[in-house]
Design a protein around this ligand. Structure first.
Ligand code: OGA
Ligand code: MN
Length: 202
C-alpha cells in the first residue's frame, strides 16, 4: 500500500496515525531552514491559549512560539508542503469522505524546558478543526531530548494511548475532536510544523 493510503487507513481504524517516511528528506530540511530563518528574522510570536476575548499567554500551560505559514513563492519549502497537504486533504476526502475544505499551518518552536499541557485542539470557536497534523523538523532527536507528544484515550483522559518521540520527519495525524494530548517538556529546542485540516472554507 502507498504510504499515504496506509496512513489514512490507520487513521480511519484508530483515530490517529504516525508515519516516518512520508515527507521527502530534502523538503523536511528545507522546512527546517525556512523556520529557523523565520525565527532569526523575528517572525515568531508567543503562542496563546483560547481565542479572541479569552486569549491569554501562559507559558506554564503552553510554552511554544509560532509563525503562521502564508502562501508564498512556489519554490519555497512551505509552499511545497502546502501543496502536499492539499493533496492529502483530497485523498482524505476521496477515501474517508472527510469533508475537508481548508487548512491552516504554523511553525512552532518550543525552547528547552517548555511543553504544552493536556488539551484538545477543538475548543470553543474552533469546531471546524477536524484533523490535527504535526511534522517534526529537528535534524536530530533522541529519547534524552524528550518533548514527546502524548495522546490520551478519548473515553478516559488519564489513559495514555501513545507517546510519540518528535523524531526527524515523523508526521502525526489525529482526530482534533477526540484526543486529549500533551507535549512533554523538551530538553532542547524543538521545531515542528503543526496545523489543522478543517471542514469550513478558508
Ligand atoms: C498543538 C500541539 C503537538 C506537538 O500545537 O496544539 O498539540 O507534538 N502540538 O507539537
Ligand atoms: Mn494540540
Amino acid at each position: 500500500m502507498a504510504p499515504t493510503e496506509h496512513l489514512i487507513d490507520t487513521l480511519a481504524d484508530q483515530g490517529w496515525a504516525v508515519s516516518d517516511g512520508i515527507i521527502d528528506t530534502s523538503l523536511r530540511h528545507g522546512l527546517y531552514t525556512e523556520c529557523t530563518q523565520a525565527w532569526a528574522s523575528d517572525a515568531f510570536r508567543q503562542a496563546g491559549i483560547g481565542r479572541l476575548a479569552t486569549h491569554t499567554l501562559d507559558t506554564q500551560i503552553r510554552g511554544d512560539a509560532i509563525c503562521w505559514i502564508e502562501p508564498g513563492p512556489a519554490d519555497q519549502p512551505s509552499s511545497q508542503f502546502l501543496q502536499w497537504a492539499a493533496e492529502l486533504k483530497q485523498d482524505l476526502n476521496r477515501l474517508l469522505y472527510a469533508g475537508l475544505h481548508s487548512a491552516e499551518f504554523h511553525f512552532a518552536r518550543y525552547p528547552a524546558g517548555q511543553g504544552y499541557k493536556k488539551h484538545r485542539d477543538q475548543h470553543q470557536g474552533q469546531r471546524h478543526r477536524k484533523l490535527s497534523l504535526v511534522l517534526y523538523l529537528n535534524p536530530q532527536w533522541t529519547a534524552a531530548d524528550q518533548g514527546e507528544l502524548c495522546l490520551y484515550d478519548p473515553q478516559d483522559e488519564n489513559r495514555e494511548v501513545a507517546r510519540i518521540l518528535p523524531q526527524p520527519g515523523r508526521l502525526v495525524l489525529f482526530r482534533s475532536d477526540l484526543f486529549p494530548h500533551e507535549v512533554l517538556p523538551c530538553t532542547r529546542t524543538r521545531w515542528s510544523l503543526t496545523g489543522w485540516l478543517r471542514t469550513d472554507r478558508a
